[in-house]
Design a binder for this molecule. Sequence first.
Ligand code: GLP
Length: 235
Amino acid sequence: MKVIKAMSYADLSKKAAIVMAAQIIRNPKSVLGFATGSTPLGAYAELARMFADGAVDFSGIVSFNLDEYYGLAAAHPQSYHYYMRQNLFSHVNINPDNIRIPNGVAVDPEQECAEYEQSIQDAGGIDFQLLGIGRNGHIGFNEPGEIFTDKTHLTYLASDTLSANSRFFGPGEKMPTQAISMGIGTIMRAKSILLIASGADKADALSKMINGPVTPQMPASALQYHRDAIVMYCD
Ligand code: GLP
């Protein structure tokens, strides 16, 4: 795992966007894995700017998102469908047919998970996966637990995640308690990975994922075994 310290959030965002743009330039048909949360917002804004400048072309890109809240329809303002549209997809020339995000209102979530996993395989696997990290070390919605999950699955959110993410939901809005998430195996099968983290509340999880034992109690620690993973962070 390569660990890179950025000078500031602006620097982190710029560097992360440059790494992603380089991936797209090297392979304009890349299969990209996108993440949500507050951390990638700056990187997505930079990517949109690079697209506007003509530096990067998303027309051949296929994208898969890490996860989606179970119970939120694509039009819900707190859904990750909505987030991706607002913060990246509506600003670049990605082909809507090439965008995949788990369906948060699938009637049969097990089937949705199996089909999602299969569609990643059918696309030839993920070339580049962007990740954030939860305060408790989760990646996607792979919460601390007894095992590393392999494939896309329906999961319950940890209490720390519920409290961390409740800030996005208004007083009248009920936050989902479950999500559909790629598994640790799905993430580890990506050919290269960039995890970004910002701020003091991630410092403990970061130090454990980098220096601690590889354990499902700290899901991000699995990345220690990845052949091409970069961790980029700022204070
Ligand atoms: C969310 C997402 C993760 C994200 C993490 C951190 O719940 N499922 O993919 O990395 O929590 O979010 P933030 O960047 O807002 O701290």
